[in-house]
Design a binder for this molecule. Structure first.
Ligand code: PMP
Length: 311
């Protein structure tokens, strides 16, 4: 007879968060007194920052009785959130249905089907807006079948970053962080991390970034139809909003590979490009700075994109 059971190892859920903070020392070496640091979010089990929001959304739903006993999760997602939901559904045992534009990359399609998620394809011409409208329609038509996670409106999204990302950044910099930079998709990363960092030290400058054209899940609010500006977005939080040129982000992505040993996705590169712009400004003004950003994911899923081999 077995009298005691020891449990070893860790669960997938426990592996979300506590990502390393990587010093990008070579790309900012010419800027004395300035440090640029990036949270290596590809270290999350689903490979992106979105594991944080998705796991918080799932935990919150389960604490309210959803996603148990066969109930499924439904949401609209352009990629990383979908991968995170699909992984969590497989790990915790609930079905996942995702609405997304049909032009997502073949790598993403394969990852999602490997986790066993069901995909409802929407017209690429309608972008995220079309995927969101489809999810809303499906949820309205079958309210008992799905828990509609609605990452754009769900407070558990930003709260994940309030509780985890911000405190990790504070601890990993011994409270010395002076600037925080994040791109805007649902805005959960920026809103949650900024709210907590401002409580810890209101002097920390928090800068949001939007790309001039949408890429890899980082759409920027201005690319969305007004009807779906995320409910969780708070326009009063940012000290500054910076628009980032996609061509500059491509260049920084290549530089990070060749001169820093980091192959990151374009949204992470755009965030680093924003940090470099702030770094140059602070350096010129004779100020020291500890600039922290979020490296949302690695380049793995995007290596078939042409810019890697051009130029
Ligand atoms: N970068 C990438 C690669 C993403 O997948 C996302 C989320 N879709 C973001 C940035 C934006 O993060 P958030 O939704 O928290 O604003």
């Amino acid at each position: 007879m077995i009298t005691a059971v020891n449990t070893f190892g860790t669960t997938i859920l426990e592996r979300v968060g506590n990502t390393p903070l990587i010093r990008l020392e070579r790309i900012a070496a010419h800027l004395e007194g300035i440090q640029i640091l990036g949270k290596a979010e590809w270290a999350n089990p689903g490979g992106s920052v979105k594991d944080r929001a998705a796991s918080a959304i799932v935990k919150d739903a389960q604490s309210r009785g959803f996603l148990l006993n066969g109930g499924g999760l439904l949401d609209a997602t352009s990629g990383n959130t979908g991968i995170a939901y699909a992984m969590l559904g497989a790990a915790l045992g609930f079905p996942v249905t995702l609405c997304m534009p049909s032009n997502v990359s073949p790598e993403r399609k394969r990852i999602l089907s490997a986790y066993g998620a069901e995909i409802v394809w929407t017209n690429p011409a309608d972008g995220s807006d079309g995927a969101i409208r489809m999810a809303r329609k499906m949820s309205a038509e079958a309210p008992d079948r799905y828990f509609y996670a609605d990452q754009y409106s769900n407070p558990a999204n930003w709260q994940a970053h309030y509780r985890t990302t911000a405190n990790e950044i504070w601890e990993q910099t011994d409270g010395q962080v002076t600037h925080f930079v994040a791109g805007l998709g649902t805005s959960g990363t920026f809103v949650g991390t900024t709210r907590r960092l401002k409580e810890l030290n209101p002097k920390i400058q928090c800068i949001s970034m939007q790309p001039d054209s949408p890429f890899n899940g980082l759409e920027g609010l201005k690319h969305m139809a007004t009807a779906i500006v995320p409910k969780i977005y708070d326009p009063t939080l940012a000290d500054e909003n910076i628009d980032m040129d996609t061509e500059v982000a491509y260049k920084v992505a290549k530089d990070l590979g060749r001169h820093q040993g980091l192959l990151v996705g374009v949204s992470a590169a755009a965030a680093v490009a924003t940090c470099l712009r702030i770094a140059e400004r602070e350096h010129k003004a004779g100020r020291e700075a500890v600039i922290v950003t979020i490296l949302c994911d690695s380049a793995d899923k995007y290596l078939s994109e042409r810019f890697w081999t051009e130029g």
